[in-house]
Design a binder for this molecule. Sequence first.
Ligand code: PHE
Length: 339
Amino acid sequence: MKERIKKLLDDISSLKAANKDELEALRIKYLSKKGEISSLFNDFRNVANEQKREVGQLLNQLKDAAQTKINELKVSVESNSDAQEAMDLTRTPDPIELGTRHPLSIVKNEIVDIFSRIGFTIAEGPEVEDDWHVFSALNFPPEHPARDMQDTFFITRDPDVLLRTHTSSVQSRVMLNQKPPIRVLCPGRVYRNEAISYRAHCFFHQIEGLYIDKNVSFADLRQALLYFAKEMFGEDTKIRLRPSYFPFTEPSAEMDISCDLCGGKGCAFCKGTGWVEILGCGMVDPNVLENCGIDSKVYTGYAFGLGVERITNLKFKVKDLRMFSENDVRFLDQFKSAY
Ligand code: PHE
């Protein structure tokens, strides 16, 4: 009897079942009323009294082992068949949710694209700059208010290390390092010490354009900007240039585009004028060319600078500039289809 029990214990420990039918056959073989273990229990009456205790324990042990093994096999057979049912290889996969490009990046990329079609390439420079590249080289007189603490974030004084207040600083770097013809676009972040409100922030983004060659004229500037305005805001867009002043350009101008909300008739958005200002521009001042080692008798050039936030506001009608830096996904999600 003991021998039979030990043999069965051995058999049970190595049982295997590939599916539900095989498992059921094993259950019947070992655990049913007519199964092997039951028949051992039936034979138990014939065991000699002095062995009953030991054999009884062995029998219970065998029954427990068989029950545990069958339960284990049941779990593994079921999980196998679950996996087979869940895996439908013909099903179309769930689409992967796309992230959103930031509205400022969408507009920056579009502007870069437009100008790259007329030969502009990208140039970049550091955000932490020195006085020379941001102001002196660009013909800012020493007492110019833009150098004042109110506008500029200084990191150290004397030597002046500061956060650039405009991307025109990249202009100085490019002119120092490249020979004309130069045709570059300089996108980047700039910093000014301003109170944060819906219409001003202490940092924002600019794109500066610079073209230097022989015989570059104001008419070239105007034509490039007209092309840009039409590409960006639509074929019907008109531009107008108003005289202005920048230390690094002479003559200087500010450019307006016809208000696309009212079609130029005048509305609250354009304050009744029919025009909205979008950028500053002008012919590079000969002093700037000379400061950067370019012969101003041979070469002329134009430059323009625009605020990416401003163009983005016009394009997407965002009313509060602070939205751009708050990372609110409810705002950012709205630009999913914009590129
Ligand atoms: N740098 C000027 C600004 O920050 C913009 C500008 C660039 C004007 C180039 C003229 C030429 O406002």
